[in-house]
Ligand binder design. Structure first.
Ligand code: SF4
Length: 369
């Protein structure tokens, strides 16, 4: 780390990963008995020696910490895809510039219409999502769009679009009350990053890694980070993410940082990832991070299957997407555009909310509840 900008020490992270691989069941049991965890302890909790008994203890502790800090409330949000054009060539994504598919860029009016369709379900938290394209990331386009969305009742509008400069983020905050920014590093392993992002602005890993800091300096209140599960060794990625998150929480304490866990799904023209992450490994990672970061919101998307989501929610998650379409115009404006990836949980918002209530949770998604 250098000054106020985060730099990942890959050698150290690889040593931590090796520590994870070497940790025994006795090491895990010792860490589970501790009050406070260090980054080294996180490595131990990622060990392949985690058997069913130890995993049950880890999951119970993660659930206990999550309920103590967040109670039974679960915040539901919905993504609005408004542009599937992209100037990048990410190998794992259906929107990549080399994929010859129909492209859709919704107009301001069409976004408003989609927003109204979403508001009819009662959602008040909205995530605007777009491929990387200068037009759809231009603050002059976004400011009136976000204002429109506030005007029809969205309380919180976030973006998951091309990384911007600090001045652009500041403009979105001051002129349109942008609330949140989501930017995932995809992989913290530089060689893998270079192979997966061969061309386009996203091929610069440092600019992407510094995006949460630019957003925080601009005054964005909520910032989500993560990596794409399946691109590289999940243990290495988790240890890298933890270092990044610790740095951000220390240096940008005014912002609230959260973690998302996107897992690679199939999309047109692309296959799943080279390092698939199993359900059990996924949950081990989430629980281990919860023990190290008891105050950090964690988000689960509709990329995951309904049964897995219903079972996973109680052990550590605080935010959930529901009723998602990854097609621009997918809530009624346009038909036939390309989806970014296949959604696994196709249940409607009311059905997701009912499943959560059946498990004793309080889904928060309608402003009259
Ligand atoms: S992951 Fe994002 S930047 Fe990469 S091709 Fe897909 S939409 Fe574009």
């Amino acid at each position: 780390m250098n000054g106020n900008t985060f730099h990942l020490d890959e050698e150290r992270t690889l040593r931590l990963r090796d520590r994870a691989l070497a940790a025994t069941a006795l090491d895990i049991a010792a860490v589970l008995g501790q009050e406070h965890l260090s980054p080294d302890d996180l490595a131990t909790l990622l060990s392949p020696a985690m058997d069913d008994t130890l995993f049950a203890r880890l999951a119970a502790e993660s659930a206990r910490i999550t309920r103590r800090r967040f109670g039974y409330a679960l915040s539901l949000y919905i993504p609005l895809y408004y542009d599937n054009r992209c100037i990048n060539h990410c190998r794992y994504c259906g929107f990549n510039a080399g994929n010859k598919v129909p492209r859709v860029f919704l107009s301001r009016e069409e976004i408003l219409r989609e927003g109204r369709a979403i508001r009819a379900h009662g959602f008040t938290n909205l995530l605007l999502v777009a491929g990387e394209h200068p037009e759809s990331a231009d603050p002059s386009f976004l400011v009136p769009v976000i204002r429109d969305l506030h005007d029809i009742g969205f309380r919180s509008v976030s973006i998951e679009i091309a990384p911007l400069e600090e001045a652009a983020y500041r403009r979105l905050v001051t002129e349109a009350h942008l609330d949140g920014l989501y930017v995932y590093q995809e992989t913290h392993h530089r060689a893998t990053y270079a192979a997966e992002h061969p061309r386009g602005p996203k091929s610069d890993p440092d600019r992407r890694l510094s995006t949460p800091e630019r957003g925080a300096r601009a005054g964005i209140a909520k910032i989500g980070i993560g990596f794409l599960l399946g691109l590289y060794d999940w243990r290495y990625e988790t240890l890298a993410l933890a270092q990044h998150l610790s740095f951000l929480q220390k240096h940008h304490w005014r912002a609230e940082f959260s973690i998302s866990f996107p897992r690679i799904r199939k999309a047109e023209g692309v296959a799943g990832g080279p390092h698939p992450v199993g359900d059990r490994e996924f949950l081990q990672m989430v629980c281990a991070l919860r023990l190290l970061f008891p105050e950090t919101p964690m988000s689960l998307s509709t990329r995951e299957a309904p049964a897995f989501r219903d079972a996973a929610v109680p052990i550590g998650f605080t935010n959930l997407s529901a009723g998602s379409s990854t097609v621009p115009g997918g809530y009624g404006t346009r038909k036939g555009a390309l989806a970014q990836f296949e959604v696994e949980d196709a249940r409607g918002p009311a059905e997701v909310a009912a499943a959560l209530r059946a498990r004793g949770f309080d889904p928060v998604w309608k402003d009259w509840e």
